[in-house]
Design a protein around this ligand. Sequence first.
Ligand SMILES: *Cc1c(COP(=O)(O)O)cnc(C)c1O
Length: 387
Amino acid sequence: MKVPFLDLRAAYAEIGTELDAACQRVAASGWYLMGAELEGFEAEFAGYCGARYCAGVGSGLDAITLILRALGVRDGDEVIVPSHTFIATWLAVSAVGARLVPAECDLRTYNLDPAAFEAAITPRTVAVIPVHLYGQPADMAAIGDIAARHGLSVVEDASQAHGARYRGQRVGTFSAAAAFSLNPVKNLGAWGNAGAVVTNDAALAEKVRLLRNYGYRVKYEHEIMGTNSRLDEIQAAILRVKLGYLEAWNARRQALAARYTRVLSSLAGQADLMLPYVPDWAEPVWHQFVIRLAARGGVAAQAHRAAVQERLRAAGVDTLIHYPVPPHLMPAYRDAGWRPGDFPVAERIAAEVLSLPLYPHLPDAAATLVVEELANACQVQLSPRRH
Ligand SMILES: *Cc1c(COP(=O)(O)O)cnc(C)c1O
């Protein structure tokens, strides 16, 4: 058996008829941008998140960038970002010309450490962007309290956490505005690029709507220098269908994660392997199931991980690393002058994490193979009664 890291064809096999019909509906309508499908999706996704407004945009990166622009973040402002995240979080800050101030993450949750965030605040700080990485909510109460005390805007990057809950409330509702990526690999994904801004702030929603569509409300009356970042009708129609399955598909991810955790708990510790840690206030949606392989018996963490990954690959199980190089050490940010050692937690996470295949249509037999082969790769016995 082969276990691919992700197989999107299985989702199409399940609901392809509905998706085809949605596309057909748009094709036949003759209306392809800024229409009823977008409005429908915006209302339905805002409702799903428990927020008042949603504005569909062209991508997750654009969603973050447009929120920052709508908030008036610009040159000379400082924005605090997690030291460990997908680089888009950082690129959005760079796109508006603001200064990136990375703050370290918690080594157990991989999310922004509230104490590190507070320590990074300066008189020029205007905003912070917590990321709900791998589908697990960041500590929004702690982050929100600190931000409120210092008069900072909070912008959630919820690109990996559609439907996740923090203390029972959905992410996307703990900040001035939240950005969601809706690209094909996300928990809620279109058939191309797509994103959404979710907010309870009417003025901010309106500003994002202006910015995404050339800065006009009335045709050819351009009020501000906007951009072109619209969510196509065909993508909106697809997303409306898939939104109907998000709860069930997230539940399947949760069931698979529970199974991995149950079976692998006998491995954890023995093999210098760390399982995901879920605080009691978090209800993650498992965009990724990420384990950590530490240095082992004189073997450096990266070599230990490479060996485990290679053994899994040879056994037919594909894994990925999210992400192998922290943003501050990327060539893209060479000019900023960061050096190895500047953000040791981010560097350690990058050296140790490994993502196992986990997606709603992963068959049970494949999930069993993943944990068995992981145990083999770590050369320890799973106790037989556990799976
Ligand atoms: C995917 C992702 C983005 C960017 O989304 P795109 O739609 O690909 O532009 C931003 N932040 C995080 C954390 C992501 O995972």
